[in-house]
Design a protein around this ligand. Sequence first.
Ligand code: COA
Length: 165
Amino acid sequence: MHRTAIYPGTFDPITNGHLDIIKRAVKIFDTVIVAVANNVGKAPLFTIEQRVEMIKESVKGISQVEVDAFNGLIIEYCQQKGATALIRGLRAISDFEYEFQMALINRKIGKDVESVFLMPKEKYTYLSSSIIKEIAAFGGDVSCFVPDVVKRHLNDKYAETKEHA
Ligand code: COA
């Protein structure tokens, strides 16, 4: 049986921590669809198209990965794609309570989709997209935290902001 998993998130932007989770997920599943949320309460820095493009570029060498955007409930998207699993990364104990709540709600909505939690390498456990944006906004070097394509986009974005300031 072909096993498809969905890895959802805002990915504003994707980091090396997310990539680490994707590389672990492809060892377990035949296809991993990285699904970029279009409707979250966050006000993303990058457009949905930019976030999708940056992920596509970052996963170029990994053949089992697809990248897509989704609207609405993640469980409905999983069902549309015939996915049996929902991947989430657990970085620290502080992630647990929120993830536990999401997993239980998602299980209530869609009984056929199992949540699967993967832990990134220790060196990525303190990463988040917000922290990356903060470092980049103040001109810090984010090379060791994000793929090159993201670094370029962050530099462009904050150069734009400075020009208009
Ligand atoms: N490496 C680096 N950062 C990581 C990470 C990792 N391995 N794992 C998580 N993070 C970061 C993310 O970058 C994000 O950082 P930020 O807050 O600075 O932007 C944070 O941890 C996690 O954000 P969170 O909001 O918890 O999750 P998300 O943005 O990844 O995605 C959705 C949440 C989109 C999956 C969820 O809201 C959803 O499914 N929405 C669809 C609607 C729905 O179905 N709702 C019901 C679900 S209960």
